[in-house]
Design a binder for this molecule. Sequence first.
Ligand code: ZN
Length: 174
Amino acid sequence: MPSPYVKVEKVTDVAAVKNTYKPTHPGLFEVSYAEGDYNSKLVASRPYAKGEIICKVEGITPGPKRYTSVQVGKNDHIELNSDLVFMNHSCDPTVSLDTDTMTVVAVVDLKEGDNLTFFYPSSEWEMDQPFPCWCGSEKCVKNVQGAKFLSKDVMSRYFVTKHIQELLNERDSA
Ligand SMILES: [Zn+2]
C-alpha cells in the first residue's frame, strides 16, 4: 500500500506550506518548515522530561529501504507515515526512536520548541543515502552512513536497537 503521508521536502513558499499543514500529532510535536531542500525539522509542542515517551509509533507500513525509511529488523524497513519522518539526525540526539517498543522517547529534558532529533545509526545499518554531518557536536561522527561504519565504542554512546546490536556483534565476532 502506498504511504498516505506526503512529505514536503522542497519548500519554496513557507507561508503556503504552513497554511495547509495539519500536524499528525497535535499538541505533541510539529514540523517547523524552512525554505529550501531538507531544511525543515520537527519540534516539540510541549516540554518533555528525560525518559518520557513522546509518542507511540503507529500507522507504519513496510517498504523498501529509502531515505525516509526506518530499519526495524535485519532486513526489514518501514515508512513512518507521519510527521516523525521530519526528525533529523544528530550525533547529540534529543530523542531515541525505539523500533523494538515502537516508541519515541526523550533522552534529554526538552522545552517547547526544541528540535527532535535522533541518531540515525541507532536503527540504520547501511543507509540508502549517506550524508556528511555538520551537527557541530563534539561527538560528531562526520559521515552518517549507518552503524556498519562505526565502531562499537562509538555506538556504545547511543541508544541502539536490537537488530543493530546483533549486526554489530556479528560484524565484530567475524
Ligand atoms: Zn554530527
